[in-house]
Design a protein around this ligand. Structure first.
Ligand SMILES: [Zn+2]
Length: 492
């Protein structure tokens, strides 16, 4: 099956055929840099990261651009509150953006242009719109005449007359029509501004930034333009109008939008006190657990956050890594005996060998990560059944199936950015974190093991059992192997 993507413009799933053969030009609206990234940003960033990873996995040559909006009303307001200039605020928040998102393991876009570094391109675009008669200057501001663009409302499915009925008609409005939107605004006293041909110093409107940067780096018609659902109107509707009014070509072939994150069923907002930043979440949770949670629902569906649900994802991640680690241990031990795979494990083998095909089919259906994750965890349960069988009766065929299973799981999950760590490293890191919470050091555990070894050499089995029991009550499990006794934490 070929890849199908839901296109917001046509409101249906369409076969994905890039404008230019194998090349995919993709633009995602980036953050306005005035505050830390929250869960809504995290979802957007991870969703589009997975879309890029999957397109690359399918062999496309992806050119991915995500901008920074570093000039905006919110930035000016926050900079004034803090008594710093907008450049200092934006620079600090861009650093924070990386501090927040790098732990999530997102791939770097090919380019991350900043709006303020593209003012001449925006001015050129605005001038061309004025020349074409679809934009006009009013007291140094420049507005786009929505009535002059026939397809206005096509993307968001809104009718201009209905929109207008709801629009607030301000007194002393500089616009010809209340629905017209600003391409350029005269800077107020104390605001940053740039020289321009329209009048006094001014600054660009938000929408024109993305059109100018997308067209500069990716051309007049790009393949995918992405963002959150809240950007469809007015941001993307306006981007589309001003770009297409200029080029008379489609601006974007596939418009892709991700759904919102709600908190216990409510809209996330600072005033409701249910606002979580990525930084807050990662204090207590593994970044991959957050990724797993963010991808656990289809990207267009709403995603409801709760700490319980995140915890479930964290436990699932742990179970997965534990199974991969245990399998690796079995695979690393030589086995001489061969016997056929037991009949009752045939379905487990199918869950493992068939994983890539099922996973790709799910992803080809408009990036259905929820279904893909379901298949991955089905494969992990299958892996655990093989582990149990191999622990009882090791055989060459079991080892071979475990080895193929590890590879299939890690290969497919890497498209989601999950199970990308060395399982042994993950388990060790997790164990150290858990014992820190328990309040015991690794040295203390090793002393327990030493005392138990001594008891065993003295054939004091009761004492040896007591020590094992004592540790187990704390949540630490001892495992006796050929190369001595090792410890791990008993999860769940
Ligand atoms: Zn944008």
């Amino acid at each position: 099956m070929s890849l199908q993507i839901f296109n917001t413009l046509t409101r249906k799933k369409e076969d994905f055929t890039p404008v230019n053969n194998n090349k995919v030009n993709m633009y995602v609206c980036g953050v306005t840099v005035y505050d830390r990234c929250h869960l809504g940003h995290a979802r957007n960033i991870v969703v589009f990261d997975v879309i890029v990873r999957y397109l690359m996995k399918k062999g496309y040559d992806v050119n991915f651009i995500r901008n920074f909006t570093d000039i905006d009303d919110k930035i000016i307001k926050r900079a004034n509150e803090e008594g710093i200039d907008t450049v200092a605020l934006a620079t600090r928040e861009i650093e924070n953006f990386y501090a927040d998102t790098n732990p999530l393991g997102v791939l770097n876009p090919n380019l991350e242009p900043k709006a303020t570094e593209h003012i001449p391109e925006m001015i050129n675009l605005i001038q061309s719109l004025i020349e074409k008669g679809v934009a006009y200057i009013s007291d140094g501001d420049v507005y786009f005449s929505v009535r002059k663009f026939q397809d206005y409302g096509e993307l968001s499915g809104r009718n201009l007359d209905e929109l207008q009925a709801g629009a607030r008609i301000a007194v002393a409005e500089k616009k010809d029509d209340p629905m017209d939107f600003a391409l350029w605004k005269v800077s107020k006293e104390g605001e940053p501004g740039w020289e321009n041909p329209f009048g006094a110093k001014g600054r660009p409107g938000w929408h024109i930034e993305c059109s100018a940067m997308s067209m500069k780096y990716l051309g007049e018609t790009i393949d995918i333009h992405g963002g959150g659902l809240d950007l469809i109107f007015p941001h993307h509707e306006n981007e589309k109008a001003q770009s297409e009014a200029c080029t008379h070509k489609p601006f974007v072939k596939y418009w892709v939008h991700n759904g919102f994150v709600t908190i216990n069923g409510e809209k996330m907002s600072k005033s409701l006190g249910n606002f979580y930043t990525i930084k807050d979440i990662l204090k207590d949770f593994e970044p991959e657990a957050l990724r797993l949670f963010l991808l656990s629902k289809h990207y267009r569906s709403p995603l409801d956050f709760s700490f319980d649900f995140l915890k479930e994802n964290d436990m699932a991640l742990n179970r997965g890594y534990q199974a991969l680690y245990d399998s690796q241990n079995i695979v690393s031990k030589p086995v001489s005996k061969d016997r056929p795979m037991p009949d009752d494990l045939k379905d487990a083998v199918i869950a493992l060998t068939g994983l890539p095909e099922r996973f790709f089919a799910a992803m080809d259906d408009d990036f259905n990560t929820a279904l893909g994750i379901g298949y991955i965890f089905e494969a992990i349960r299958a892996l655990n059944r093989l582990i149990q069988a191999a622990e009882k009766k090791p055989s060459k065929s079991l080892t071979a199936n475990l080895e193929a299973g590890i590879k299939n799981i890690m290969d497919t999950a890497s498209v989601l950015g999950i199970f990308v760590q060395n399982p042994g490293d993950f388990i060790r890191k997790r164990n150290l974190k858990v014992i820190e919470k328990i309040g015991i050091t690794e040295d203390e555990i090793l002393k327990f093991i030493e005392r138990r070894n001594l008891a065993r050499t003295e054939k004091n089995w009761a004492e040896a059992d007591n020590i094992r029991e004592e540790l187990f009550k704390k949540g630490i499990k001892l495992m006796d192997g050929l190369s001595g006794t090792t410890w791990t934490v008993a999860i769940e």
